[in-house]
Each structure stands twice: as C-alpha cells, then as structure tokens.
Design a protein. Structure first.
Length: 193
C-alpha cells in the first residue's frame, strides 16, 4: 500500500506561510537545499526542474495533493500545473472545475479519495500543503517529512490548520534527523498505528 507523506517546510513555531500565504521568509540557499533536492527531486516544481536541467526520475512520489490555497500560490507564479511530472490533485470545495487539464479536482471527501489512491500501485503520495488540508487528511498521513527552519514567525498558517482538534492525539516517531550547517533541520517521522 502506498504511503501519504506530508512533506513541508515550517518555522520552529509551527507556521508554513504568513497569513496571506507568502513563503518569502524561508531563506533560499544554504547547504540543506542541494541535499534535500538530491533526495527528493520530484518535489521541485516542473519549471524549476527545467531551469536547473534536472531530469532525475521520481524517487519517492508519483502523486501530489495540494489544497486550493497551495495551488493558488503556483497560479500566482504563473503556472496552473506546477508539478507536471507528477499526477496532480487539488482539493477544493470552492473551485467550480479543475484549474488545468493536467490537475484533477477533488471537490468532495478527500479522505475517501486518499484511501483509494493509497490502494493503487505506484510510488508514494506527497501532501504538498496546506495546513487545513493536512488537518483533514491527518487520519491517513503515514509520514511527516519536516524541513524545520530556525525562524519564529509569530503568526501565520499553521502546519495543521486552525480548525477543530482531534479527540485522540496522532502519534509519530522520529525515524531520521539531520541538522545542516545553515541551521535547517530535516526530520522524518513515521506514524505509530
């Protein structure tokens, strides 16, 4: 069975974006970028892969899920199909139709769709964002890969949204961690079921 992995960047106080969705505060460069890109080349947007001349095959993921706000970020930067090298889904109850023929729209019951995707053959499923979608899909999240930046933002969009919390805590165990010279920590967690 395929795994759903929430692979995301976060501040040390748990925010993945500012309140308006900006991620400009995350520094570019440092030694963490090349190391993580070498391990997960499929998490680069297709335009970035092309600009860098990266044609590495997908190693861990062949499918990506995005919430509408995460997808909108790509639209604002000029693409409605940000990960053309992956099977793409956008989850939204407000979009009337898919924003691009290469992107499938999930407008109802994302948990059921994820469960069906997990039963298919293939590589893993990457939950790209955002926090509200991560909260909805938490029962099906098998792994969390967290790029933790040494930044305190104070407020913004939370790793797991701001809606109602679970009755029972979802428990994970750390499977690997690495701290880079630039201060970024890359931590992998696996679900305890």
């Amino acid at each position: 069975m395929r795994k759903l992995t929430y692979y995301v960047a976060s501040t040390i106080d748990g925010f993945i974006a500012t309140e308006d969705g900006s991620v400009d505060f995350f520094p570019v460069g440092g030694d963490h970028g090349p190391a993580i890109i070498a391990q997960y080349p499929e998490t680069l947007p297709t335009k970035v892969r092309e600009a860098l001349g990266t044609d590495k095959r997908n190693r861990y993921f062949d499918t990506v899920l995005m919430g509408r706000k995460t997808h909108d970020f790509g639209v604002r930067t000029g693409t409605s199909s940000p990960y053309a090298h992956l099977r793409q889904f956008v989850v939204s109850t407000t979009l009337p139709e898919s924003p691009d023929s290469a992107v499938e729209l999930i407008s109802t019951d994302p948990l059921a769709k994820v469960r069906a995707l997990k039963r298919e053959d293939g590589l893993g499923i990457w939950l790209c964002g955002g926090g509200e979608l991560a909260q909805v899909l938490l029962p099906e999240i098998d792994q969390i890969f967290l790029k933790l930046y040494p930044i305190v933002l104070g407020r913004g969009r939370s790793l797991f949204g701001s809606g109602p919390r679970l009755d029972d805590a979802a428990k994970f165990r750390m499977i690997t961690s690495r701290v880079f010279e630039d201060g970024v920590a890359f931590m992998k967690y696996s679900r305890i079921r």
